[in-house]
Design a protein around this ligand. Structure first.
Ligand code: AMP
Length: 594
C-alpha cells in the first residue's frame, strides 16, 4: 500500500473517531429520515423521525423478534417493510437458538462498509510494521457456496461476499500470494492445497501468514501433515498432482510450476520430516513477521496452537465484525492477544449499549462458567431502572451488550456480544471482546449455546431409556487440540433400577447417542461437520459420583454450594481432568451426518 494511501486512511480514522458523537447523530438521523415510513418503524413512530422518540418507543429486539419480517422478505415480499434501501443479497450469520442460520439484509452501503474495514486495518498495520510492501501475505482464504432464496436474491456468508467484492479484487487481493480464482474456488481441499503450494514456492516473498478467524489454523496444519509429501513432489517434478482437477485451481497453478525445483524440495522435505513441528511456520516462511488472525473471544482457544507452530510470532487480531454490522478495528495491532481492544468506528452503524452488571462475584462466576445472562439487564431496561447508553457515553471499565441500528433494516438489534470498555481513541471507545452471550461451546465459527446443547442432549437421551439408563449429569468441552476440533461430552449414567457401579454400556447405543446429539445440533454445526471442519463428537461416560467431585472442586474454589450449577461447558483444565480421570467408556459418532 502506498505511503500516501496509508496516510489518507489513517487520517480518516482520526477524523471519524474525533467526531464520534456527531457521526453517530448523523447516522441515526439518516436512518430515520430514510426508513421512518417502513412498516416496522411506522408501527412505533407513526412516520416521525425524532431521535428521542426512536429511543423511547422503538424496542430493543433479538433476531427472533424480527424474524417474521425478514422471512417475509426472504420469501419475496418487498423489503420496504423493514428498509427503503435496495437489498442486494442476504448475509448468513451464525445460527439462531432455533438452529437455522440468521438472514441479514445487505445493501451496497453495507458491502462497501464491510470492505472498507480490512483496508483501514491494512493502513494501521503498515504504520506499526515496516517493510510490508516489500513482499506478500500468504492468506488462507476460502469461499462458500451461495444459494438462491425465493426472493430471487442470493444468500451467502459475509466472508464469501467480501472475497468476491470489487474492493477485495482491486486492492487487498494484490497483497496476497494466491490468484483470485483459487481463492474463489468452492473446492476447499484443492484450493487449500494450491494456496499452500504457491505460498511455499513464493516463500521468500511471504512477510505474513494470515486468515480471518484463527480456527483455520488447525485445519491448515492437519492439511500440511496429510499433504506435504505431495507438495514437495510437485515442487521437485514441476508437475501438479493429478487430484487437482478443478480448472479454477489447476489453470492458475500452471504459471507457478514452470519447471522442476529440486533445490527447494530438498530444503523443505527435512523441515516436514522433523519429528517436532514446533515453530514450523517460521521454518517454512522465514521472513514472516506476524500471523494475521482473529484470536479474541472464542478464537482465543487457538492461541496456544498458533504459538506452538509459529514459534511465537506476533499474532494480530485485526477487526471485530459481524454479519449484522461492522464494529471496529484494532488500533494497537502489536498488543498481546489478551490485551486486544477494538476501537469502534462511528460511521459504521448507530451503536447503543446495554450496561451489564458484572460487579457481584456470582455474576463474574457466571460469566466464567456459563456465559453471561443479560436478561436481568434487559428487565431493568424495560422497567426503566437501567439506561441504554450511546457510543460516546460508555464508561471506562464497564461491561455492555452491544445493540445496533443500521440502514439495512435492523433497529435496536441485540447482537449478543458482551464487551468491556478499555479506553478511548479520541472520542470513540475501545472495547475488549468479552463473550458471546450464552455460547457454551465453540469450534471454528460454530457457536453452540447452552440451550442448543441441552436440547440436543435431551433428544439423544431417548436412546438410553430402553436400556434402563438414566443420564444424571453432563458437561462438555471443546477439544481444540485435535485436528479438526470436536466437542466432547461427559455423561454420568446410572442404572435406573439399580445402584450398581458397574455399567454394561452397549457401544451401538452410545454411538447412536453421539449421532443423535450431532443431528440435533444446529445448521452451522452440521454444515461444519459435513465439511469436516469439526470432528466426530465424543461421549465420555464417567463413573457415578464424578460430578460430585466436580462440585467439590468448584466449591473449594469459592462457589456457593447452594447456588452451584453444574457448568454446561468446562474451560478449566483441572475440572476437565477430574472428569477425565473417572471415565469408564469412550464413544464416538461414526458415519456421515444426513
Ligand atoms: P457472524 O455474524 O456469524 O459472522 O458472527 C459474528 C460474531 O462473531 C460476532 O457477533 C462475535 O460474536 C464474533 N466475532 C466477530 N469478530 C470477532 C472478534 N474480533 N473477536 C471475537 N469475536 C468476534
Amino acid at each position: 500500500m502506498e505511503k500516501s494511501r496509508i496516510e489518507y486512511l489513517l487520517k480518516k480514522i482520526e477524523e471519524q473517531t474525533s467526531n464520534a458523537g456527531e457521526e453517530q447523530e448523523k447516522i441515526l438521523e439518516n436512518i430515520l429520515k430514510r426508513n421512518a415510513e417502513t412498516d416496522y418503524l411506522n408501527k412505533f413512530l407513526h412516520g416521525q423521525t425524532d431521535k428521542q422518540l426512536f429511543k423511547k418507543y422503538v424496542p430493543v429486539v433479538t433476531y427472533e423478534d424480527i424474524k417474521s419480517y425478514i422471512d417475509r422478505i426472504v420469501d419475496g415480499e418487498p423489503p420496504n417493510i423493514l428498509t427503503t434501501e435496495t437489498i442486494t443479497e442476504f448475509i448468513l450469520s451464525s445460527g439462531t437458538s432455533g438452529g437455522e442460520p440468521k438472514y441479514v439484509l445487505s445493501t451496497a452501503d453495507c458491502s462497501q462498509k464491510r470492505a472498507s474495514i480490512p483496508m483501514l486495518m491494512e493502513a494501521v498495520v503498515h504504520k506499526h510494521i515496516e517493510g510490508l510492501d516489500k513482499g506478500k501475505g500468504m492468506y488462507l482464504l476460502f469461499s462458500n457456496p451461495d444459494f438462491d432464496t425465493p426472493s430471487g436474491l442470493k444468500a451467502r456468508m459475509f466472508s464469501s461476499s467480501y472475497l468476491s467484492s470489487p474492493t477485495f479484487k482491486t486492492t487487498l487481493f494484490k497483497t496476497v500470494t494466491t490468484p483470485i480464482e483459487i481463492i474463489l474456488s468452492l473446492n476447499k481441499p484443492q484450493s487449500m492445497y494450491c494456496q499452500l503450494l504457491i505460498g511455499l514456492i513464493r516463500r521468500h516473498e511471504v512477510l505474513r501468514i494470515g486468515t480471518i478467524f484463527a480456527s483455520t489454523f488447525p485445519n491448515c496444519i492437519k492439511f500440511l501433515q496429510d499433504h506435504w509429501k505431495d507438495i514437495c513432489s510437485d515442487i521437485r517434478t514441476g508437475h501438479l498432482s493429478d487430484w487437482i482437477t478443478e480448472p479454477d485451481c489447476r489453470t492458475p497453478m500452471l504459471s507457478f510450476l514452470l519447471e522442476p525445483n529440486s533445490e527447494l524440495a530438498d530444503l523443505l522435505e527435512p523441515i516436514f520430516k522433523n519429528e517436532s513441528w514446533e515453530g514450523i511456520i517460521t521454518k517454512l516462511w522465514p521472513k514472516a513477521k506476524y500471523i494475521d488472525a482473529i484470536v479474541t473471544g472464542s478464537m482465543s482457544q487457538y492461541i496456544g496452537l498458533i504459538d506452538y507452530y509459529s514459534g511465537r510470532l506476533p499474532i494480530i487480531s485485526t477487526f471485530y465484525n459481524s454479519s449484522e454490522a461492522c464494529f471496529g478495528i484494532n488500533m494497537e495491532p502489536l498488543n498481546k492477544p489478551w490485551d486486544v481492544s477494538y476501537t469502534f468506528l462511528p460511521n459504521m452503524a448507530y451503536f447503543e449499549f446495554i450496561p451489564v452488571d458484572k460487579e457481584s462475584p456470582q455474576k463474574a462466576q457466571k460469566l466464567h462458567f456459563n456465559g453471561v445472562s443479560n436478561e436481568e439487564s434487559i428487565e431493568k431496561l424495560e422497567n426503566g431502572s437501567a439506561q441504554i447508553v450511546d457510543l460516546v457515553d460508555v464508561k471506562m471499565g464497564q461491561f455492555y451488550e452491544v445493540v445496533v441500528t443500521t440502514l439495512a433494516g435492523l433497529y435496536r438489534y441485540r447482537v449478543g456480544d458482551i464487551l468491556k470498555v478499555t479506553g478511548f481513541h479520541n472520542k470513540s471507545p475501545k472495547f475488549q471482546f468479552v463473550e458471546r452471550q450464552n455460547v457454551a461451546l465453540s469450534i471454528d465459527r460454530d457457536k453452540t449455546s447452552e440451550a442448543d446443547l441441552s436440547k440436543a442432549i435431551k433428544a439423544a437421551e431417548i436412546e438410553l431409556e430402553p436400556h434402563g439408563f438414566l443420564l444424571t449429569a453432563y458437561s462438555s468441552f471443546a477439544d481444540t487440540w485435535s485436528i479438526p476440533g470436536r466437542y466432547i461430552l461427559f455423561w454420568e449414567l446410572k442404572l435406573r433400577d439399580s445402584n450398581t457401579d458397574r455399567l454394561k454400556l452397549d457401544s451401538n447405543t452410545m454411538e447412536q447417542c453421539c449421532r443423535r446429539v450431532e443431528e440435533s445440533l444446529d445448521f452451522t454445526y452440521r454444515l461444519y461437520r459435513k465439511m469436516n471442519l469439526i470432528g466426530p463428537l465424543e461421549i465420555r461416560v464417567v463413573k457415578f459420583g464424578a460430578f460430585d467431585e466436580l462440585m467439590n472442586f468448584f466449591v473449594s474454589r469459592g462457589a456457593a454450594p447452594l447456588q452451584y450449577k453444574t457448568p454446561c461447558c468446562l474451560k478449566i483444565k483441572e475440572a476437565i481432568e477430574i472428569l477425565d480421570s473417572r471415565v469408564v467408556g469412550k464413544f464416538f459418532s461414526n458415519g456421515n451426518l444426513a
